[in-house]
Every structure is written in structure tokens, then in C-alpha cells.
Design a protein around this ligand. Structure first.
Ligand SMILES: Nc1ncnc2c1ncn2[C@@H]1O[C@H](COP(=O)(O)OP(=O)(O)OP(=O)(O)O)[C@@H](O)[C@H]1O
Ligand SMILES: [Mg+2]
Length: 185
């Protein structure tokens, strides 16, 4: 948590290995992220991390279903189609499978991004304001989904959020100010 510009997205992209720090080292278990090239980091992420971007980053020429299918096909997951459909159903988009991102509302796009990040059952899950584009009811549905997912699979989940309800399900809250951790660690 922290005000706009305090470094939340920057921290999340560093933790996920989407960016590298100018100073300091980042480890995932024994893997030193600074020493891996972009392809190696992408490979590592594909197998174990899910990421929901603040601006969703859905592929515009892919339907909702195809967007969710992509990581499943890249990881050669069995029953990819059924899993992708089920994930979209769980975030309330069972009737939007063949819509393209531009035919979806902001909140629907956000939920496709959530389904895509969860489809491969990542061990670590990063989400940049995952409920920011959702109304209260849809936000509740997504928070219930996240809570239930955590109960079942016990992944590490790291959220950037301004949403009180979402922050309440977290075991620990860390506050950033001016690019530094102000409190919470
Ligand atoms: N690639 C970059 N190069 C240089 N500065 C950057 C870069 N990306 C972000 N910044 C700067 O770093 C600071 C933190 O940005 P960041 O996007 O992490 O903020 P944030 O806490 O996520 O804000 P918001 O709540 O508005 O999303 C900002 O001042 C921003 O201008
Ligand atoms: Mg941000």
C-alpha cells in the first residue's frame, strides 16, 4: 500500500523479475534474478508465478478464452481448454469466452487478467490493484475467489491495493513511501 508514485508497481515488477534493480540483489529461492537473462527469467516465471498488471496487458487479437489458454499451452498443461473455461467461469465470465478485450468492459478485462494469472496454479502470485476496475459486487466475487483459491492451493499472494476489503484478507501489510518501505516489514 502507499500513495500514487510511491513505488508499488516498481516493487512488484522487481519481485516478479519483470525488471531488474539498478542496485541490490533479488533471489527467488536460490535463483539470483540479476544473473538470469530475460528468457531465463521468463521461463522461471512461466512455471511458478502469475502476474496481473495494473493495465491488464491482455493480447488484443486474442479472445478472452485464448488469452487464458496461452499460459496453459505454453506450459503444455493437460485439459487446457476445460481449465481455461473453468477459470473464466469462476470470475463470472462464463458467457464472455469469445469476446475480444476491446469488446469487454474494464472490469471484465481485469477479470480475464485474473483468470489468466491463476490458470497455471502459480506458487507465487503478483497482482497490481486487482480490484481497481471492479464495482463492489464484482470486487466481492473476486475477493471470494482469491480467498478460496488461497485456502485450496496456499500460494504466496502479493497484492498492491487501495481496497480495504482486499487488504483485510492479507496476513501482512507493507506500506511504501517515496520508494522506501515505511512500515510493515
Ligand atoms: N521505468 C521507469 N523509469 C524511471 N522512473 C520510473 C519508471 N517507472 C516508474 N518510474 C517512477 O517511479 C515512481 C514510482 O512509480 P510506480 O509506478 O512504482 O508508482 P505506484 O506506487 O505504482 O503508483 P500508482 O498508485 O499511481 O500506480 C514514479 O515517480 C514513477 O514516475
Ligand atoms: Mg502502480
Amino acid at each position: 500500500m502507499g500513495v500514487s508514485g510511491s513505488g508499488k508497481t516498481t516493487l512488484l515488477t522487481l519481485l516478479a523479475g519483470l525488471d531488474l534493480p539498478t542496485k541490490g540483489k533479488i533471489y527467488w529461492g536460490k535463483e539470483h534474478l540479476n544473473e538470469l537473462n530475460e528468457n531465463e527469467r521468463a521461463k522461471l516465471r512461466l512455471g511458478s508465478a502469475g502476474f496481473i498488471f495494473q493495465n491488464f496487458e491482455l493480447l488484443p487479437s486474442y479472445t478472452a478464452l485464448e488469452n487464458v489458454l496461452l499460459p496453459l499451452e505454453l506450459t503444455r498443461t493437460e485439459n487446457a481448454l476445460e481449465i481455461a473455461k473453468q477459470c473464466l467461469k469462476e470470475v463470472g465470465l462464463g458467457k464472455r469466452l469469445s469476446h475480444y478485450p476491446k469488446q469487454l468492459s474494464g472490469g471484465e478485462q481485469q477479470r480475464v487478467a485474473i483468470a489468466r494469472a491463476f490458470a497455471t496454479q502459480p506458487k507465487v502470485f503478483f497482482a497490481d490493484e486487482p480490484t481497481a476496475s471492479l464495482d463492489q459486487n464484482t470486487s466481492k466475487l473476486v475477493i471470494e475467489f482469491l480467498t478460496e483459491y488461497h485456502r485450496q492451493y496456499k500460494p504466496t499472494m502479493i497484492f498492491v491495493t487501495h481496497d480495504e476489503e482486499l487488504s483485510e484478507i492479507c496476513h501482512r501489510r507493507i506500506y511504501l513511501r517515496g520508494g522506501k518501505i515505511a512500515r510493515g516489514l
